[in-house]
Structure formats: structure tokens, C-alpha cells
Design a protein around this ligand. Sequence first.
Ligand SMILES: *Cc1c(COP(=O)(O)O)cnc(C)c1O
Length: 362
Amino acid sequence: MNYGRTYNFSAGPAMMPEAVLEEIRDEMMNYRGSGMCVMEMSHRSKVFQQIVDEAEQDLRDLMHIPDNYKVLFLQGGATLQFAAIPWNLMKNGKAVYIETGAWSKKAIAEAKKYGEVIVAASSKDRNFSYIPDCSDLDIPEDADYVYICENETIHGLTYQKLPNTKGHILVSDQSSMFLSKPCNVADYGLIYAGVQKNVGPAGMSVVIIREDLIREDLDEKMPIYMRYDIQAKNGSMYNTPNCWAIYCCGKVFKYLKSIGGLEEMARRNEDKAKVLYDFLDSSKMFRGTVDKEFRSLMNVPFVTESAELDAEVVKATKAAGYDNLKGHKSVGGLRASIYNAMPKEGVVALVEFLKQFEAERG
Ligand SMILES: *Cc1c(COP(=O)(O)O)cnc(C)c1O
């Protein structure tokens, strides 16, 4: 059906699969005979408990999450996790961070409030256009974890290979790449993601944490909401969770299973991103800003020769129905976020438009 929807290249909140939105619409007034909308339901009801349980099981199936990992659905966005992670995991008060862009920088700034932060590698020298070599990092023996932002949403770069943590726990912010490809959960101590980039509506983070990392000997002053032990014991429902986000994300998990899981999602994402990167590599007007081997499949920043022309292109794309292509102010230029739910046709159409623009102006 044609709803007159735009190809929305927003970095987040972002597009959701149309099939999922239609299902939500159909269940809006009366969820499966319950006589109410999910928004109106008690989180302590049987019908809602089933929604949560299914969402967790479907996510476990999708990612093949081992039994010794807990899955938490938490509020506060990914940003609250910048603080919750050091507060919960810093036993020795020391952690190693890799600085690769705006989001790892924010995580570093927050972690510094809770302990010693060692930035063991950085790509700041070239405005975060590559992932630094992480094969032989200088990691103190007593560091509690090694932290990465696995896909930098603003700068548009991603890891091809996880850092060598030399036996330390790896913590990863997967917000803008969550469920975009298969992930071996056992490689990590903790994975987390704000869901509004690649999964569902804003207002929730998924935290996947290895059980033995959940501590109880925590700072007394720590807000109870931020304690992983309390959240895990209470099945993410110590207090009222973001019921609506859990419900919508659960639908997306089911949808991803139905199309063939994360292997198929990765295949589609690679195919889709290639269309845009091939164009950027062949264009004389536009070029990508990230070193080829570290290019993100999800966020594609690109520029012309001048800020004036960049602004003109943004204006023209918007007028033509391609929304949210303005680059983040710290990078400038343009950025196309092409998450899971962006159809290939959207990318093909954008590329056609940019080609035309270049032909007319070039
Ligand atoms: C958007 C984003 C965040 C912040 O998410 P909020 O839910 O707005 O707090 C953190 N990390 C990455 C990689 C992001 O893309």
C-alpha cells in the first residue's frame, strides 16, 4: 500500500519495517482480544509478561545469545549506559577506552567521573576517519574492561576486527549497528544498544551482559535503576519499563527472524551500502569521508568540495523527498543513515538523484 512515506535517512529515530508498523496499527485498539492497547496495559499483567518473554526469546534466537548472558530492557537511552557501565563494572576503578568518534568521546567523558580512563588508541589525528590498530594495545593488568563504540554513528566508521583485549572483558556500544549482521555474543562481556537507530522507537536500550559480571557490591549512592543486579533479578521490571518500546522491538525481532535472521539482514545491508559507496567512489562531485576498509554499512557520511554546495545538495534532496541527509555539525557535509529498515530502493533512488544533480551541476 502507498502511504506516501518518505525515504527517511535519519540517524535516529529512524525507519522501521513497514510490515511491523502495519501490524502495530492493526493491534492498536484491541491487542489480541485483551480489550486494550499495549500502551494501556499493566506491565504486571499476564498478557504483557508474554510480550516481554517473547521479545527476549526472539532476541536470544536471533543473536544466539548464550544462556550465561542476561538480557535487560532499560530506559535512559544509550547515554545512561555511559554511566551505568563504569559504575557497575569498575571493580578496580580502571578501564581502557578506544576513541574513534563522537560517541566514544562522550562515553569516555562520562566514565572519567567514575574512575581512571586510559585511552589506549585514538583516531582523532585524522578526524576519526579510521579505526586505529587495536592488535597490541597497552592494557594494564588490572583494567576492568576494554570499551569500544563498534559503529560510530556520526563519523560513519566501524570495526572490521574486534580489539585484542588480552583476556580483558570487551564492552561494546552497538547502538547504530545492533542486529545489522551476525554477532558472536561470547566475544563480549557486555553489549548494549539504544534501540531507536536500528530497531524500534526511542526510549529504550538493550543490555546483554555476562552473568558473572553482574555485581552486588556496588556504590550505595548508585541510583537503584542503574544497578544491573536489581534489573536482572526483576526481569527488567523493577519499575515500569518502556512497555511500548518492548512491544515494538519484539515485533522487529520476529520480523528479522522471518526474513532469515541476521545472516540475511547482513547480506541485504552489504548489498544496499554497496550501491551508495560505489556511487561515491565513481563520483567527481561527492566523496566519502572514511577510509575504505572502515566504512560503516549503516551511516554513510560524504561531502562535496565546499560547505555551500553541501548545503545546496541537502536542500535539493529534501525538496525531492529524501529526508534528513544533513551531516552532523561536527563532520559537516551529508550523511545517509541506511539502517536495516531502509529498503534498497530508497538507496537506489537517492543515488539516481545525486547522479542527476551532479550531471546538471558538474
Ligand atoms: C545515538 C547513540 C547514542 C546515544 O543514544 P541515546 O539513546 O540518545 O542516549 C550512543 N551511542 C551511539 C553509538 C549512538 O548512535
